[in-house]
Ligand binder design. Sequence first.
Ligand SMILES: [Zn+2]
Ligand SMILES: [Zn+2]
Length: 751
Amino acid sequence: MASLPSVAFNGNLKLEPDIRKTPTFDKSQNVSYPNGDLEKNIFNLKEPLSTFNEGTQFESSFYVPLLQECAAKRSLSNAQMVHAHIVKTGTYGDEFVMTSLVNVYGKCGHMEYAQMVFDRLPGRNVVSWTGLMTGYVHNSQPEAGIRVFIQMLEVGAYPTSYTFGTILSACSSLVYVKLGKQLHAYIVKYGIESDTSVGNALCSFYSKSKSLPSAVDTFRRIEEKNVVSWTTVISACGDNGDQMMGLRYFMIMLSEDIELNEFTFTSILSLCCVIHALEVGRQIHSLSIKLGFQGNLLIDNSIMYLYLKCGFVKEANKLFDEMDSVSSVTWNAMIAGHAQMMDLAENRVYAHHSGYQALNIFLKMHRSGTKPDLFTLSSVLSICSALIALDQGEQVHAQTIKTGFLADVIVGTALVNMYSKCGNIDKAATAFEEMHKRTMISWTSMISNFAQHGRSQEALQLFKEMLSAGEKPNKITFVGVFSACSQAGLVDEALEYFEMMKKTYKIKPIMEHYACLIDMYVRLGRLEEAFDLTKKIGCEPNDVIWSLLIAGCRSQGNLELGYYAAEQLLKLKPKDKETYVMLLNMYISAERWQDVSRVRKMMKAEKFGKLQDWSWLSIKDKVYSFSPKNWSYPLKIEVEHYLGLLLDEFKSKGYQSQNQQVINEEDDEAEPVSSAVYHSEQLAIAFGLLQTKKDVPLRIVKSSSICSDCHTFIKFVSETTDRKIVICDSKRLHRFVNGHCSCGDFNNLII
Ligand SMILES: [Zn+2]
Ligand SMILES: [Zn+2]
């Protein structure tokens, strides 16, 4: 990291006058132009410039307004034309003109030209140094900006308060905390800490450095606080987790009669989003309308997002429909808002509904002609993943190619994950191979995807490739590696990688790592080693680990150990209803009625909602929902009849119902369900088989876990009907092909 040269502290401190803007010329000094009308000719400077003869010296007052216009319009070609003219007329000796040119090239985003002109300047002053620095910082090269600042100090030039503002914002974006603090010390020495622009920059720097007290402190020291100062301190509170303090500052700001701008409104509204303060947000929205911001796109986007965040979809949609003009930001806010509701939904039924609403909004966005951006595409791809909506995902894939965003690593990774989650691991692998650039996250995703699909060897091979490509794995990468080893039963390899993780990469094992290793021993039937490992974790194992052990004990018939694990699990009071149902099943099958009533009491105390059994099947663009309780699913009679036929056929081939589903999933107290009630995924599968051609894989999302009866049943279906069936249940992905499932049949956990 950069640090200031000693000259910065030892030099005789002196501040240059402020140069917030390039000095403008007195209008009376303007020379008249050949055609008399600058506005008309500014984008065709060729003619006016050509009327002057070569070698004619010009006053800087001729070029500077032209250059300012080029900067305002960000016109590189015109700037180059003026530059050429300057060279022709020999005016390049004029320090003022050339400094303006540095600024113009910076504004046009061409830092190579700006640096070139700067290097040939006849003389340098704080204006030219700061101009170059600002160019770098504004063109996302803050490190280069800091380098110029240090060079400037080394040659003994003095900064202005504007220079400090620029360089502090470079430190903020790089989170160079130490350098920023050095600058602060320097600023204090100069005695300009209370200067408004310097104070604002310091406040913003401390906020980005996650030091809210320092941000507030620097804000307080600003003598004349303007709207930027107030907005900065409000955002600082919001970004650093003290939303209430942000609201208090907003109230003080109102009482001080400071004129608010759109950024103040968006900052305070985004703060309301975090604490779900819908009422406050509504009041702020009406205030913004009162103050003349009606129809302001940024503010409308923020309030709409607030409605979505608080779950008020109708209000958000109404606002959206009323908006005169919408930008891609608006569409993104709508999509992200619905995706967010998907994550926050209390059950998978609501989540699924929100997901499809988000996809519909994306479709409308497409029809409206608004171009999606990186954010849109990657969030829509993750929604498709969660819904296993392959058809829609493939359409988005086509759009990423059309819009050229496929090269982006985040979109590329989202695409890889979408194919994998939708059950097409081969397409995921192709998409991964086609990525131009890979990051640690993309490598890790692909390794985990291979592991989830039971392709352990490929996962481990990819891990080796990742290491030889020089990419450093993180703890999540190792979760993928261990789960691959676990599925394939590769104990030696797993332990070797475990050591590698600790020694070579200095990664402390986390609960998920132990869960994978325990899962591996359990799958191999090595219960003792699995239980031994729980003692090495160093803290209390979590509910996932105890559930794994219970499943292992049950499949091995070691009930005593199973009851021990069940006690440990109950002590943790898991928040997941399926866990209790699993325990209940265990106690019921062992006829331990006391335990049964104990678990039922606990379930009542935890006030679980009903465990719903829903499945969704997508065929092309349409989604069909199925639930044993919902009698209105399509082709009901045909579906039940067909299921009866399938069951008879499978029974003759050795299918035996374990009758494990003793719990009616809709009502815990009910009698065991009759065999005529099919689980939702069975209904979905029968419908899919009747409605699609033989080569169409069935893709189903299920709201809870598959039970082991259904799991076996689906294996029979995949074999006898030669169908690929992908089911994403609440715990994992199952891909049934030819009588086998990618989960490796370790589904004893399932109720
Ligand atoms: Zn079932
Ligand atoms: Zn499975």
